[in-house]
Design a protein around this ligand. Sequence first.
Ligand SMILES: Cc1cc2nc3c(=O)[nH]c(=O)nc-3n(C[C@H](O)[C@H](O)[C@H](O)COP(=O)(O)OP(=O)(O)OC[C@H]3O[C@@H](n4cnc5c(N)ncnc54)[C@H](O)[C@@H]3O)c2cc1C
Length: 380
Amino acid sequence: MMTCDELRTAGTVAVVGAGPAGATLARLLQKKGFTVKVFERDASPSARPQGGSLDLRKSAGQLAVDEAGLTKTFERFSRIEAKEFKMLDSNGNPHPVGDGGTHEDAGPEIDRGDLRQLLLDSLSEDTVTWGQNVKSVSSSENGKWKLEFNDQSSFEADLVVGADGVNSKVRPLITSIRPRYIGMTMVAAVLKKELWRNSELSEILGEGSVMFADNNQTIFVQRCSKDLILLYYSMVVEEDWPKSEGFGIKDTDSVMKAVKHAYKDWSPSLVEMLTQVDGKLHRWPLSVMPADYTWETQNGLTMVGDSSHVMPPFTGKGVNLAMLDSLELAKSLTADMTLNVDAALQNFEKRMQLRTLKETGECLMVGKSIYGIHVDFSRP
Ligand SMILES: Cc1cc2nc3c(=O)[nH]c(=O)nc-3n(C[C@H](O)[C@H](O)[C@H](O)COP(=O)(O)OP(=O)(O)OC[C@H]3O[C@@H](n4cnc5c(N)ncnc54)[C@H](O)[C@@H]3O)c2cc1C
């Protein structure tokens, strides 16, 4: 069995996925002298839109950014003024639960794409291989793990870390538990620019974000950088919607007709204002892993971020928890270099499992109070 020092001096770490978790881990381990390779299925960093703005918490995402030595770069891209958050009802009036405000742990906002890019830019050249879709992971006779890619090529590593999100290819080697669809999909859209400039909505929004909430439904409006306003409509639909209705997400007219129908009991003028969209729509089916699941540590194999504990964005912490996992995994692997790698993985996983219990539990409670969602894990 390898020690952490042997892994650092003579071994290779393979990270599957170059999202925020994978890129953070690669950066932190490279800083400590490990040889790290990241395999990402996207053809390039700009292959697909990276979503909206994220609040990087002081006690989580920002700790990882600081440890990565990227605080100054982060400050260049982040927006402290975007922390402002309001909650309104379906008529645009103050919501009975309060104005949202902000909380002590809230950090500046940063676009998800900018965050990922600043992490990627910090890696040594050729760390990430783009367009490498991991098809399977298996153990090799020499005690290493073998990654096989869609193009039939393969790669062997002493430690494999699954940072490959909700449909992880690494997770099935660790646990048979799978994420469960919660019965809700978010439709993401961009608001037409010419409509919101100097508009009532722009005034309501200020520099931050607004959640319109009523009848177990929400429309979340978020100001991002580059003059962009994103909208997320919550839709109680089948997991494969809108295919299940006979149309695709690219059919903007049909999707927006379904959105308007879902919000027919809201103020018509508000819904009209919030459905003036531009460009492509995206669907984001929400799923969750159980809060209390645990597993036995595997030799040289672990996972971080959404692959381990995907949860809906109800508490807005997904990216923060992903980066915190990577920070703690890197710390575990470097705290005592004489420790066996598996003991370091076990220390890390125990902490992550405890955190998941608390965070997923809180997320599901928020889901129940705002959306009336109850996820039944006992159902097959
Ligand atoms: C479009 C979008 C918008 C979001 N908006 C918010 C938000 O506003 N607030 C919030 O809290 N959370 C949001 N989230 C969730 C949050 O971003 C996640 O919790 C966070 O990104 C988790 O990071 P991760 O690195 O663990 O996983 P991911 O970000 O999912 O990254 C996984 C990476 O692995 C790659 N990958 C997957 N499978 C393979 C494979 N087989 N081989 C190689 N590579 C693979 C993927 O292409 C991806 O780059 C959003 C997620 C998405 C996708």
